[in-house]
Design a protein around this ligand. Structure first.
Ligand SMILES: Nc1ncnc2c1ncn2[C@@H]1O[C@H](COP(=O)(O)OP(=O)(O)O)[C@@H](O)[C@H]1O
Ligand SMILES: [Mg+2]
Length: 412
């Protein structure tokens, strides 16, 4: 039992790492399925043993032998296969998978609970040329350059909402780095907020960026005073990238510091969450960032798949590639990831294999699975499991959130 529990703990840690990599490494995908089956079977077995042991204990405290009896007989309806046999068999499966774990180079990664995407910065690649965002950029740029003299507030929030990987950060970077925009503001700062909202870190980053110096203040009051003074009377542009926090109080507290700037100051907020956008928005309407067209998705995918080669040298690949691009459903992150995957092998068979891969749901040719899968892929591991729980409900079934929470709690 102890050995099984230890093996389970370590393998579970690998499961988290493997989940991150399976999308671009099909080998890991099938390995992970086998491992998941084995891990879940093992968990069931441990639960069965625990429950039975508890029951024996409760039934008769003195008859200690019962647990042993139980272990040597079986819970399994197939009589001849005892509990020991099942444990033995599970160990073999797990050990076999553990051997492969080394071959696949998977790492243990216990306790990681933050998103895998690296924090964003304001820096864009030199000569980066986005596909299909001209209109979004022009519209938002005009809003940024408004002087807002009639507005009652001296700063406006520009909320950009869209699903993960649709290009919010990229659009914010394009705006932030635009020459005209840069000239328009007295000072500017970029902070990647992400899931774990830490207002002191946000304030500190804003101070460091606007002063260009590192800041070692840790006292809340001094930090707030410092930022307020830093922004006082200036026309500033701030970017809060990837905001998740839904607390109105937190936002209200932070935005108080922004009220000391000059009229026409702007704060770009990007978020996946419409509710967050409605909390932060003041005068400027929420900008919904739509998916790219299939054509633009293809251009982006082709750029990453062919790198320096000319696509027209591979007419067969172009045909398959366009079909793959369509399956990205307008998500640049998907197009880019798949382009990178495809570039490893400029070969028709490989490409068709990916087109027909079980990465896409074969039952639903128009499914949005890949893009959903990508946004799932970028969830922190602990949230992945919570999210996956929703799949136990039938389609269109109306469920109570308390029930799901109880199920999560039951799983620890
Ligand atoms: N219009 C675009 N053209 C080319 N690449 C893009 C475009 N939009 C996004 N990308 C790329 O797609 C990836 C995901 O975009 P990102 O801005 O990080 O999405 P989000 O912030 O919405 O999650 C990035 O690597 C980015 O370079
Ligand atoms: Mg982003």
């Amino acid at each position: 039992m102890d050995k099984l529990k230890v093996t389970l703990t370590t393998l579970h840690a690998v499961l988290n790492d493997a989940e991150e990599r399976q999308i671009v490494e099909p080998d890991i995908g099938s390995w992970i399925n086998e491992l998941k089956d084995a891990v879940f079977d093992a968990k069931d077995l441990v639960d069965e043993i625990d429950t039975e042991a508890l029951r024996c204990k409760a039934r008769d405290q003195t008859k200690k032998t019962q647990v042993c009896n139980f272990l040597s007989t079986s819970l399994n309806p197939f009589k001849y296969k005892g509990m020991n046999g099942r444990i033995e068999e599970l160990f073999q499966r797990l050990e076999h998978l553990a051997d492969q774990r080394n071959r696949l180079g998977l790492k243990q990664d216990i306790g990681r609970n933050v998103s895998q995407r690296t924090p964003t910065t304001s820096v864009v690649e030199k000569g980066f040329c986005p596909y299909g965002r001209d209109r979004d950029k022009e519209k938002l740029k005009d809003l940024l350059l408004l002087s807002d003299n009639e507005s009652s507030s001296n700063f406006s929030v520009v909320p950009i909402v869209g699903m993960g990987g649709v290009g919010k950060t990229t659009l914010a970077q394009l705006l932030y780095n635009d020459e005209q925009v840069k000239k328009h503001f007295d000072t500017n700062a970029w902070v990647c907020v992400s899931e774990q909202y830490d207002d002191l870190r946000v304030i500190k980053t804003l101070i460091e960026q606007t002063t260009g110096k590192s800041c070692d203040i840790s006292d809340r009051n001094s930090l707030e005073v410092r930022l307020r003074e830093q922004l006082r009377g200036k026309r500033f542009l701030l970017v809060l990238d990837d905001l998740w926090n839904e607390s109105y109080d937190d936002w209200d507290h932070l935005q108080n510091l922004f009220t000391y700037g000059a009229k026409g100051s702007k704060v770009i907020v990007t978020t996946r969450n419409k509710h967050v956008a409605s909390i932060v928005h003041n005068t400027i309407p929420i900008h919904i960032l739509e998916e790219l067209s299939d054509e633009n998705c293809w251009l982006l995918l082709a750029k990453h798949a062919f790198r320096n080669e000319n696509p027209s040298a591979h007419p067969d690949l172009v045909e398959i590639g366009k079909q793959i691009a369509r399956k990205c459903n307008g998500l640049p992150l998907a197009a880019k990831t798949l382009g990178g995957l495809l570039s490893c092998n400029l070969d028709c068979k490989e490409w068709s294999h990916i087109l027909d891969s079980n990465l896409w749901d074969p039952l639903h040719p128009t499914s949005i699975l890949p893009s959903l899968r990508l946004s799932y892929h970028y969830l922190p591991s602990y949230l992945k499991q919570c999210f996956a729980f929703c799949s136990i409900f039938p389609k269109n079934y109306e469920f109570e959130k308390e029930n799901v929470i109880r199920l999560w709690a039951a799983e620890g």
